[in-house]
Structures are given as C-alpha cells and as structure tokens.
Design a protein around this ligand. Structure first.
Ligand code: AP5
Ligand code: MG
Length: 190
C-alpha cells in the first residue's frame, strides 16, 4: 500500500495536493478537517464538540481524534491501494498511534509529504478562501491561532519524521501543478 501523510501548516495546500495525488494513484482520502466539518454541518454531537475547538483554531483532543481515525479506517475499501492522511497526525501522540494502527492493518507509512510555504502566503490564501467560500475558521483571528497551534504542537512532528527518514520536504509556493510534479518526484524517489 502507498500510505502518505500530507503535512503542512494551515493553508499550505494539503487538500489541493491530496486531490491530485488521489487522481494519479487512486488512493483513499482521510481528511480529518473534512470529517469534522461534515459533522458540524449535520449538527451531530461530535460536530458540536468539534465546532467549539475549530472556531477558536484549537486542536480537537487526541483521544477523540483517534476514535475518529479508527472509525474512518473501518470504511476502507477492500482493494484499497493506500491512504492519504490529510491533516493527521497533528501531535506526537497521534503520530505514534497512527504507526500502531497501520501495523494492525498489516501495513505501514510510506512517507510524509511536507508542504513548506511562507507565513504571509498562508495568511493571504486563507483570507482569500474565507471571502470566497465563507469557511468559518478563515477569519484573521482564528487564522493566527491556527498558525500558533501549528508551530507549538504540530511542527515538532517534522523532526520526528525526519529522524525516521520519512520526511519529504516540498516547496509549496508557486504553481499548483509544478508543486504536484515535485510531490510525484519525491514519492517516486522514495
Ligand atoms: P484542516 O481542515 O486540516 O485545516 P488546516 O490544516 O487548517 O488546513 P487547510 O484545510 O486550511 O489548508 P490545506 O493545507 O488543506 O490547504 P488547501 O489545499 O485547502 O483542520 C481544520 C481544523 O480541524 C483544525 O484547526 C483543528 O481544529 C481540527 N483538526 C483537523 N485535524 C485535526 C487533528 N488531526 N487533530 C486535532 N484537530 C484537528 O489550500 C488553502 C487555500 O489555498 C485554498 O483556497 C487553495 O485553493 C489555495 N491554494 C492551494 N495551493 C495553492 C498554491 N500553490 N498557490 C495559491 N493558492 C493555493
Ligand atoms: Mg485542508
């Protein structure tokens, strides 16, 4: 199986590049942010809890996120060629648990695609999307919190994965297709 983590700050292009990787390799997409936004839209209990964190730009607690991951993995198709984890893991305990869960499925992580984009560009992309789509956490106050949370809690994972030789650093600034070419090259060189 080809199992990839799409890693990067809010607005770095994880969702955009995931779609393109899925088209190329036929993988299954697990975007924890999308799962949570769907629950919010449907007004479920989980959605109400998720909304209280997402609206502030905070992370959902690990134990809840890990239940969601296990639930999502249950619905994998039988002939699954691999999974893209988009926005997961975001903490060291999530990363440790992901390794365990993949082992239970008799598979492992192939690599981590790390999209690196300067902060000014991240803010500009999210503000633009906020205006165009109304995504609720794309307002300046929440964006700045999301970036702080990223630096404090998620960025340390880069070193974690570098230590395992799994991190593929990608320049995430510029043309979407050119970035995708770099992603494909990194995956195929792995
Ligand atoms: P999540 O949904 O994962 O959001 P995020 O990490 O904040 O990232 P985004 O979805 O905003 O950006 P992206 O990197 O996918 O970029 P995109 O392709 O959309 O998480 C949301 C919240 O859910 C979290 O804050 C947290 O509360 C909670 N959560 C989720 N997972 C969790 C977990 N594991 N643990 C705990 N809590 C969790 O691109 C962004 C914009 O830029 C788009 O408009 C796009 O069109 C544009 N764009 C993309 N590429 C380019 C380019 N090359 N040039 C110009 N524009 C571009
Ligand atoms: Mg996304």
């Amino acid at each position: 199986m080809l199992n990839l983590v799409l890693f990067g700050a809010p607005g770095s292009g994880k969702g955009t590049q995931s779609e393109k990787i899925i088209d190329r390799y036929g993988l299954h997409h697990i975007s924890t942010g999308e799962v949570l936004r769907k629950q919010i839209k449907e007004g479920t209990e989980l959605g109400k809890i998720a909304d209280s964190y997402i609206s502030k730009g905070h992370l959902i607690p690990d134990d809840l996120m890990l239940d969601i991951l296990r639930q999502e993995l249950k619905s994998l198709p039988k002939d699954c060629k691999g999974v893209i984890f988009d926005g997961f893991p975001r903490t060291i305990p999530q990363a440790v648990e992901l390794e365990k869960v993949l082992e239970e499925y008799g598979t492992q992580l192939t690599g981590v695609v790390g999209l690196e984009v300067p902060e000014e560009e991240l803010v500009a992309r999210m503000l633009k999307r906020g205006k165009e789509t109304g995504r609720a956490d794309d307002n300046i106050e929440t964006i700045l919190n999301r970036l702080k949370v990223y630096h404090d809690q998620t960025e340390p994972l880069k070193e974690h994965y570098q230590g395992k030789g799994a991190y593929m650093q990608i320049d995430g600034l510029g043309d979407v297709n050119a970035i995708f070419d770099s992603v494909v090259k990194a995956i195929e060189d792995k």
